[in-house]
Write a protein that binds this ligand. Structure first.
Ligand code: ATP
Ligand code: MG
Length: 763
């Protein structure tokens, strides 16, 4: 038997530590009910805890971990615990460490990816890598795939890199290396071309000593298959394996677990089929059903007592999920009292939804409700925008978990950068950000040339671009693209006077190719990004003009630095798995948004059932209070659309819900603003943000000045015809003609070219 404290911790035998051990001996079992306790104590053999939300599955897992250590059944280095997020892993480590009062150095607690990476680093050579291999991010992956698409002579418009990468990832989720993809399936994907790309991509990753996220598991699977001695070592090491959120494991993860658990067979998985929400990432609920087949004699534990929610919340959630057909079914009960009914709130539009939610948050907060104990759970990322703006206005600190804040999102920053360049041609940071987004052949080399000239002539990048446009400094393709972009900006700027700024935004997104870029993008997150861009157009409507909006954005970005610890959480329903809060806000329960239209279109009944599980996950996050809301009208891409309440609302049983909202809420729903907690509100902000007409006029005058300054003749040294000069790219030559800073030069080797005076030296 190994020493349970072999890695770290107090020296065995010390009197104080023995006392501590005696106390710890029972601490981890305290408060567990009989079934939970049985699940904790059934350490030997396979165990599946299949139970509903809030029944203490995670708690069982943590207690079991502690139990194994306390009983000396294994050392901390011999228990493998897999959780869904790094955050959950940290929590598990902290909780076990607190129970045992010791450090967690060297423990095998983490996500599948983190643990996979750790194993892979130790045996990198066995799969053709070295231990210091790089883990690629998505940009790197895309770049590589693109290179191969080009090399294979494939038209990227027909087979976009992201689509290819998506297929490759799905194969990896299923544990399929290129040689394992069946002929039929290979032929199905782009007529065999995707499989060929996959193969090249994998080879290339090895050459550059890199792995992508999927490889962290895929390579360990290969390692286990090809090196039985390595596998045997890990099988011996991991006496106990613990898995949380088992319903969301994909095939590769499942195979990985099965490999590792084969020797000791002490595998304990906890999960809930009603919370399976990642099928779009390859998760298979079937893994739960397969468990008993793969591990005959497995003990299946069902927990029925919910310790999280009051009974109205639990009743509403249970009735909702009962509408799903493909489920194992279960009964849950709670003795936390009936508590409040689930509130169902109809509002006029999204703005009002954000306003009443903000008011409710403030009211609860004023009564002593911690902000940390409130969460707004949205179906789609774009929905956070309206709440963020409202919370900023109310000066309520918030955090967005699982993704950046709305205005920090890549596609939003890009779109805002376009607006900034339109409003202010001298905005170099913005220009640089989008000069090649979407890709238009203006890569690093062009940008370097622009920077060089901008520095030499003391002008902005846009100014430098104008100067370069008529010269041979850039390759013809880049020159054409740059001229096109400048002309676009010129036109858009002109339209500012004749077009509503919201309309202009739509136009810019379309004409710049941004809309098409995301629409053609087959990555799972691309539709969400398009939704964010649509929401941006909606956001613009709140401002009188572009300047007002841009000022607002910079203020919002400044607000980031709020250091308060007590914050409202904004996150997606997907990200909320496993978490709990006293109060949960569930906005946007409208057909098309939730259930999300895409899920229905792509997956039919399965999609609908997964959406319903997601709704069920949302409701069951609440301890004391759940507030569902829906708006009668939504602005989508500048247009009003009337919305129908989600079918999930009809599925909530009348006994458990309250359709009449608290007085304060309906007071403001009348739209008279009387219930607004602070004077002024949006109207005041708007006046503040948009500023006076005079300020706007001044800004315009400055802008025009700036443009003419940038296009005017440069300040560089004057050149005379006949003068001999040297140019970095074209070599020696003689000036033929000079037009301001633009020179026509007969180069000795390169022929006659138009170049910038700033780029030549007199010799
Ligand atoms: P989910 O399915 O949402 O992940 P879960 O089944 O993992 O839920 P836990 O998060 O472990 O449930 O527990 C839910 C809440 O109930 C936690 O606050 C936990 O501390 C509490 N809890 C669990 N078991 C008990 C118990 N025996 N006595 C008191 N509280 C408990
Ligand atoms: Mg849990």
């Amino acid at each position: 038997m190994s020493d349970p404290f072999e890695l770290t911790g107090p020296a065995p035998g010390a009197a104080a530590s023995q006392d501590a051990r005696a106390a710890a001996d029972v601490a981890h079992l305290e408060g567990l009910n009989d079934t939970q306790r049985a699940a904790v104590e059934a350490t030997e053999g396979p165990v599946l805890v299949l139970a509903g939300a809030g029944t203490g599955k995670t708690r069982v897992l943590v207690s079991r971990f502690a139990h194994i250590l306390v009983r000396g059944l294994a050392g901390p280095g011999e228990v493998l615990a897999v959780t869904f997020t790094n955050r959950a892993a940290r929590e598990m480590r902290d909780r076990v460490a607190a129970l045992l009062a010791r450090s967690v150095e060297g423990w095998w607690v983490g996500t599948f990816h983190a643990l996979g990476a750790r194993i892979l680093r130790a045996h990198a050579e066995a799969v053709g890598l070295t231990p210091n291999f790089t883990i690629l991010d998505e940009d790197d992956q895309l770049r590589l795939v693109k290179q191969f698409i080009e090399a294979h002579g494939i038209d990227e418009k027909r087979l976009p890199a992201r689509a290819v990468l998506g297929i490759i990832q799905r194969w990896k989720d299923r544990g399929l290396t290129p040689d394992r993809v069946s002929d039929a399936e290979g032929a199905d994907a782009g007529g065999g071309r995707v499989l060929a790309l996959y193969s090249d991509y994998q080879d290339r990753l090895k050459t550059v000593n890199a792995a992508d996220f999927g490889d962290l598991l895929l390579h360990t699977l290969t390692l286990f298959q090809d090196h039985p001695e390595v596998l045997a070592g890990y099988q011996r090491r991991f006496r106990y394996i613990l898995v949380d959120e088992y319903q969301d494991t994909n095939v590769a993860q499942y195979l990985w677990l099965r490999f590792l658990a084969q020797a000791h067979r002490n595998l304990c998985c906890v999960g809930d089929d009603d919370q399976s929400i990642y099928s779009w990432r390859g998760a298979e609920v079937g893994n739960i059903l397969r468990f008993e087949g793969d591990f005959p004699g497995a003990r299946v534990v069902r927990l029925e007592r919910n310790y999280r929610s009051t009974s109205h919340i639990l009743g509403a959630a249970s009735a909702l999920i009962a509408n799903n057909e493909g489920r194992l079914g279960k009964t849950l009960w709670t003795d936390l009292g009936t508590g409040e009914k689930v509130r169902v709130l109809g509002v006029w539009d999204g703005e009002e939804e954000a306003r009443v939610t903000g008011e409710e948050i403030e009211t609860l907060h004023a009564k002593g409700h911690a902000l940390n104990e409130m969460a707004v759970l949205v179906r789609a990322g774009f929905q956070t925008r309206e709440f963020e703006e409202r919370l900023i206005t109310l000066a309520v600190p918030y955090r967005v978990i699982g993704g950046p804040r709305f205005y920090e999102r890549q596609e939003i920053r890009d779109a805002v950068a376009y607006l900034r360049v339109i409003a202010q041609p001298g905005d170099d940071l913005a220009f640089e950000r989008i000069v090649n987004v979407p890709k238009r052949g203006l890569g690093q080399a062009t940008l370097q040339t622009l920077h060089r000239l901008a520095r030499a002539d003391g002008v902005s990048l846009t100014g430098a671009a104008r100067r370069l446009a008529g010269t041979d400094e850039l390759r013809p393709r880049a020159r054409k693209a740059l001229a096109g972009l400048l002309a676009d900006f010129e036109r858009w700027r002109g339209l500012l006077d004749v077009m509503a700024h919201t309309e202009l935004m739509g136009l810019v997104l379309d004409e710049s190719g941004t809309t098409a870029m995301w629409r053609d993008n087959k990555a799972p997150d691309a539709p969400g990004r398009l939704e964010n861009l649509r929401e941006l157009v909606v956001a613009l409507e709140d401002f009188e003009d572009l300047t007002g909006f841009l000022e607002h954005v910079s203020l919002v970005m400044e607000n980031e630095a709020s250091a308060a610890d007590d914050k409202v959480t904004l996150m997606t329903l997907h990200g909320a798995k496993g978490l709990e809060f006293d109060t949960i806000f569930l906005p946007g329960w409208e057909e098309g948004l939730f259930p999300h239209q895409r899920a229905l279109d792509d997956q039919g009944v399965h999609g609908l059932e997964e959406e319903r599980r997601l709704a069920h996950v949302g409701l069951t996050r609440a301890r004391k209070r759940a507030i569902v809301s829906f708006a009668a009208n939504r602005r989508v891409y500048g247009r009003w659309q009337s919305a129908i309440p989600s079918r999930f609302i009809d599925e909530l049983p009348a006994d458990h819900i309250d359709r009449t909202a608290a007085p304060g809420l309906y007071g403001s729903a009348a739209g008279d603003g009387s219930a607004a907690p602070r004077a002024g509100g949006f109207a005041e902000d708007r006046a503040f943000f948009t500023g006076t007409r005079r300020r706007r006029q001044r800004r315009r005058a400055r802008l025009i000045e700036d443009v003419s300054r940038q296009t005017g003749p440069g300040a560089g040294p004057a050149f005379e015809p006949g003068q001999r000069v040297f140019h970095q790219k074209f070599g020696y030559g003689k000036v033929v003609a000079a037009d301001g800073n633009k020179l026509e030069i007969a180069f000795e080797k390169a022929g006659t070219k138009m170049v910038m005076g700033s780029f030549v030296e007199a010799v």
